[in-house]
Design a protein around this ligand. Structure first.
Ligand code: SIN
Length: 489
């Protein structure tokens, strides 16, 4: 596997705004620093967009909307497929960039490139079939014909998080472009470089000018609010915290914007006495440590039945103790740095709070010295009822273990949250697996596996975890509206 060095990966990423099919600096030439979370060094300076840049990008999207909606689906499919191929051709470059700005180990970053490219492939296939969908019928009185078809929602604002800088972009962009919507995307301030390189890949794949705008900024609210208030914008799709999602929904209500929200989680992972314990430890390790725990589907609460509590806890602790923390570019690293000092400190505070209230710390729990935003794999048990991490999304490499005795108890505890994104069940009893999976209040449940993410599967949550689904056949529907035509013959 050809490894790309740091300098080459950084040089590949554009550092300007992508508006109207060309690269340009922010008006006023403002720029901000992108920092390597592994050593706190400055990676690049990128353009810092303001409201007038946003309005320029929206103008271009509006101008491009009719042509893009009228572009035959096969052509839209070809562009997405070419972008998929482009991402895989530049896999090493993009993976290195993800590791540099986000921190995850290179092997995981490569996995993200494959996962992210998979959305373009998936939605290129959806685009080809789009115009085959629809209904033709006669109204019940026999007077006229009812034709039902779909059309794109229109110009769309996409807001993506820092934890999967590529895949959370392709998951939204792929669906929107396949449906025929032009988009303006605002990536997270911490990880703009991957999105800028993705724009270049889409440009090379033949995406017409104006159909995609990329605005990197340090002033998310100042940029996004006027866009949402502009009646020409017809949709918003956001991945991030429930707190910000609620604010955006409030703003979107004013213009009755179609809204897709992929928000916070508090995923329970249930291990029953009859589980294959080694498989459960494998599953819990990946559900906890994938992306360093910085994922909304990360196992936040691990419930273990009393008969296997000691065995499971011992094996999971041993497994996590063997994980090496370090720079994601080092091939031996299993856990990279956290995204920034704020996130690292928040995790440390949650752990300290639990320990102060009487939780037992079995592993980790101490911020190491030196540069970089590292936090070690950590295991806690005997966590008191008033510890904050019972209800808060940890978003870090902290395994919080809780005991239970009965199935009813486990389901009750798992569902006792305002979130409902992912959940996981480990048991060898198929009836129990299905019974519990059906009883868990979450949009997704992994049975005997710790990863649920797949472009072909419907990703999304219930309760305060969000609205709508991404990926699968449902993902494209988020960018389409139904049009009915009554035809008198
Ligand atoms: C997320 O954490 O927001 C998404 C994770 C995934 O797609 O697996």
């Amino acid at each position: 596997m050809a490894e790309i060095d740091r300098a080459a990966a950084l040089a590949a990423a554009p550092a300007e705004l992508f508006i109207g099919g060309r690269w340009r600096p922010a008006r006023g030439r403002a720029a901000f620093e992108v920092v390597d979370p592994a050593d706190e060094s400055v990676l690049r300076r990128v353009a810092d967009a303001g409201p007038s840049d946003a309005s320029d990008a929206l103008d271009h999207a509006v101008d491009a909307a009719a042509d893009w909606a009228g572009t035959v689906p096969q052509r839209r499919a070809d562009i997405l497929r070419a972008a998929h191929d482009g991402l895989l051709r530049r896999r090493e470059e993009i993976a290195t960039l993800i590791t540099l700005e986000m921190g995850k180990p290179l092997a995981e970053a490569r996995g993200e490139v494959d996962y992210g490219a998979g959305f373009f492939r998936w939605f290129s296939e959806s685009a080809s079939r789009l115009h085959l969908d629809g209904d033709y019928g006669v109204e019940p009185g026999g007077q006229y014909r009812i034709i039902t078809t779909k059309r794109p929602v229109g110009p769309t604002l996409l807001i993506t998080p820092w934890n999967f800088p590529l895949a959370m972009g392709t998951r939204k962009i792929g669906a929107a472009l396949a449906a025929g919507c032009p988009v303006v995307i605002k990536p997270a301030e911490q990880t703009p470089l991957t999105m800028l390189l993705l724009a270049e890949v889409l440009r090379e794949a033949g995406l017409p000018d104006g159909v995609l705008g990329v605005l990197t900024t340090t002033d998310a609210a100042g940029l996004v609010q006027p866009m949402i208030a502009d009646p020409r914008l017809r949709k918003i799709s956001f991945t991030g915290s429930t707190r910000v999602g609620k604010l955006l929904l409030g703003q979107a209500a004013e213009g009755v914007l179609r809204s897709s929200m992929e928000l916070g989680g508090n995923a329970p992972l249930l291990v029953f006495d009859d589980a294959d314990i080694d498989a459960a430890v494998d599953g819990a390790t990946v559900a906890k440590l994938r992306n360093g725990g910085e994922s909304c589907v990360a196992a936040n609460r691990i419930y273990v039945q009393s008969g296997v509590l000691e065995e499971f806890t011992g094996k999971l602790t041993e497994r996590l103790a063997a994980v090496r923390t370090g720079s994601g570019l080092d091939p031996d690293t299993g856990l990279g740095p956290m995204i920034d000092a704020r996130q690292r400190d928040k995790v440390a505070e949650l752990v300290d709070d639990a320990v102060e209230r009487g939780a037992e710390l079995l592993l980790g729990g101490k911020v190491p010295g030196g540069p970089g935003y590292f936090y070690p794999p950590t295991v806690l048990r005997a966590i008191p009822a008033d510890a904050e991490l019972r209800t808060e999304e940890i978003f870090g490499p902290v395994a919080a273990i809780y005991p239970f005795d009965t199935e009813e108890q486990a389901i009750g505890a798992a569902n006792d949250t305002r979130f409902g994104l992912a959940s996981y069940v480990f048991t060898k009893d198929l009836s129990r697996a299905m019974r519990v999976a059906e009883a868990l209040d979450s949009g997704m449940t992994g049975v005997n596996r710790g990863v649920v993410s797949n472009p072909a599967a419907a990703f999304g949550g219930i309760k305060e975890s969000g609205l709508g689904r991404e990926g699968s056949s449902e993902g494209i529907e988020e960018y389409l509206e139904t049009k009915y035509i009554g035809l008198q013959l």
